[in-house]
Design a protein around this ligand. Structure first.
Ligand code: HEM
Length: 174
């Protein structure tokens, strides 16, 4: 069964199509988070709470399942379909290893810092404590790591399309 999957171009097309769609739909909205946070800062506490809630819902219902689930599953599928697991730690796979380090770092920041901070900020805002210094500290932390995630996401997309050192031309012709 694996023999029929490895190197199969139909599977490659399906996996790559879903992978690229996942990148666009899952990562795309995150680039609007900074603009939404900027708007939240300038508006009333009630409206800011609404914006926080929308951001949290988009993160939990769209970004996390796609970036944390679909991208990982289709990405691993692409690795085995293209046979990249052979000599995984070779120079040819430098782009992939760098991408995976970036991916793991971004997931760590997102799940370990941004997610919990957002939950704490939302809880305070729901208790009517949106004006407190504690709340301000959480918003500041979100604002600090948001651009870092944006840069990591951008670098990931560029690396995965460019694939320097892989011997493949852009896009996807090996
Ligand atoms: C946020 C996460 C991710 C994004 C935004 C992303 C984005 C992309 C994009 C845009 C391509 C298209 C390359 C092309 O032009 O054909 C690609 C290819 C690829 N991705 Fe990802 N990816 C992500 C996560 C992953 C993960 C976690 C893995 C592995 C576990 C992975 C493995 C691959 C592989 C192997 C290819 C190349 C397939 C080939 O053409 O040989 N990706 N990725």
């Amino acid at each position: 069964m694996f023999a029929a999957f490895a190197g199969n171009n139909t599977w490659f097309g399906i996996l790559l199509g879903v992978h690229i769609a996942g990148a666009i739909i899952g990562l795309g909205p995150t680039f609007a988070f900074g603009i939404m946070a900027g708007t939240a800062k300038k508006t009333s506490p009630e409206r800011a709470l609404g914006i926080l809630e929308v951001t949290h819902a988009v993160q939990g219902k769209l970004v996390e399942p796609l970036v944390g689930g679909v991208q990982l599953v289709t990405g691993v599928g692409l690795i085995f379909n293209r046979g990249l697991q052979h000599g995984f730690f070779s120079h040819r796979n430098g782009w992939l290893i760098a991408s995976l380090v970036i991916y793991a770092t971004a997931m760590g920041i997102s799940n370990g810092i941004q997610g919990p901070t957002m939950k704490k900020a939302l809880a305070l805002a729901n208790d009517g404590k949106a004006g407190t210094p504690e709340f301000g500290g959480y918003i500041q932390r979100l604002g600090k790591f948001g651009p870092v995630l944006g840069i990591l996401g951008f670098a990931l997309v560029v690396l995965m399309i460019w694939r320097p050192g892989s011997g493949c031309s852009v896009p996807t012709v090996c």
